[in-house]
Design a protein around this ligand. Structure first.
Ligand code: AMP
Ligand code: AMP
Length: 338
């Protein structure tokens, strides 16, 4: 059996890096954190990080890539990779990288993403291409993983026309605004065992949309408060069990469609379907994230669901490391790297 000893698991110091490296350590890997200088003291307080590479800014990442390659580093991408390094730099990386990079094209481009989810028969909010047909509330969303930054809500056509003038991003979509419960399902699909698991579920806390209810409507009248959707934290929740199998089937269909549409390997590893559930208990998928999402940080010790699959604490970070370990031992590492 091949040994994991010659590999190091590394990631960027932000987003879900603590969970990823704790999981890697628990699985027996050496760990390395690439971190901005001003954060290093904080990260050094954790015992499971073996090594640090300090950088001044995320933009300096390509400068250290050669070192990572020489040292057999396997890089685990998370939300900060696309947000700060950008889509092109992610694709151009030569270092061992967990996940299928072809998926990035479909994730980044909102219309391609929609085509993929349609192919998977996933219910989504209506998309508007002609502003004259906007006859109920909409949300206008820029491209790229930005954690809700720069989005705006418009209650009708006139409201839209006023607000669009301020939109900075040139690329955006206009989506029906679904009033319901936002719920994020965290999946893990193994392309070694071909098994899909629901690892955990979260809901986000977004400012200021989630705090508007703290001020009575009568006190809001006359103030120009616009809802914003910038995520600041996450909280846990479990789904009605009767709806759980629907959530599972959506995940399965997403994987199957990815194999047809993207490339033979399709999507594997951690991913998240971001949903809003209507009063009719219907899931509307607003977006897919094709990597570990920060909501999984709630579950460093496992979740109500992961505990049902594993008789040991299993975070998504640890599940990734376990997959890499199995792949190395079975000599299948290539099949899980992008
Ligand atoms: P960060 O490294 O924390 O600045 O995050 C990188 C990207 O992930 C940004 O686009 C964030 O908006 C997004 N993100 C960070 N934390 C969370 C969270 N707790 N829930 C959802 N998205 C997040
Ligand atoms: P996203 O970047 O797609 O994850 O969206 C960020 C946040 O915007 C979500 O967590 C929701 O609060 C809100 N949001 C996005 N799309 C919709 C929608 N179609 N209807 C209602 N709220 C939405």
């Amino acid at each position: 059996m091949k040994t994991i000893k010659k590999y190091i698991i590394a990631t960027l110091g932000s987003h879900s890096s603590l969970q990823i490296l704790k999981g890697a350590k628990d699985e027996g890997f050496k760990t390395l954190l690439i971190v901005k200088k001003d954060r290093v003291d904080f990260y050094k307080t954790f015992p499971f990080i073996d090594e640090f590479i300090e950088i001044d800014s995320y933009k300096d990442f390509p400068k250290i890539e050669e070192i990572l390659i020489k040292r057999n580093v396997i890089l685990i991408p998370h939300g900060s990779f696309v947000a700060y390094l950008g889509f092109e730099k992610n694709k151009a990386m030569k270092v061992l990288y967990y996940g299928n990079k072809s998926v990035l094209d479909f994730e980044e481009h909102r219309l391609k993403q929609r085509k993929w989810l349609e192919e998977a028969n996933i219910n989504m909010p209506k998309l508007f291409t002609n502003i004259n047909t906007i006859d109920y509330p909409v949300i206008v969303k820029s491209y790229g993983a930005a954690g809700g930054k720069g989005y705006f809500y418009a209650r009708n056509k006139t409201d839209y026309k006023n607000k669009i003038k301020q939109m900075k991003s040139k690329q955006f979509i206009i989506q029906e605004y679904v009033i319901g419960v936002p719920l994020y399902v965290h999946y893990f699909y193994s392309n070694i065992t071909n098994k899909l698991e629901i690892m955990s579920i979260d809901k986000r806390y977004e400012t200021n949309v989630d705090s508007l209810g703290r001020i009575p409507l009568t006190s809001q009248q006359g103030l120009t408060i616009e809802p914003s959707y910038v995520v600041v934290g996450n909280s846990t929740l479990v789904l009605r069990e009767a709806m759980l199998s629907q959530a599972y089937d959506m995940g399965l269909r997403t994987i199957e469609a990815s194999k047809k549409l993207i490339d033979k390997k399709g999507l594997y590893g951690p991913f998240c379907l971001e949903t809003v559930i209507s009063p009719e208990q219907e899931f509307f998928v607003i977006e897919i994230s094709c990597r570990i999402v920060a909501g999984t940080n709630l579950f460093t010790h496992g979740s109500a669901y992961s505990w049902l699959y594993y008789d040991e604490p299993m975070s998504t970070g640890r599940r990734i490391a376990r997959e890499i370990k199995i792949a190395i031992q079975k000599d299948k590492l290539k099949s899980i790297l992008g």
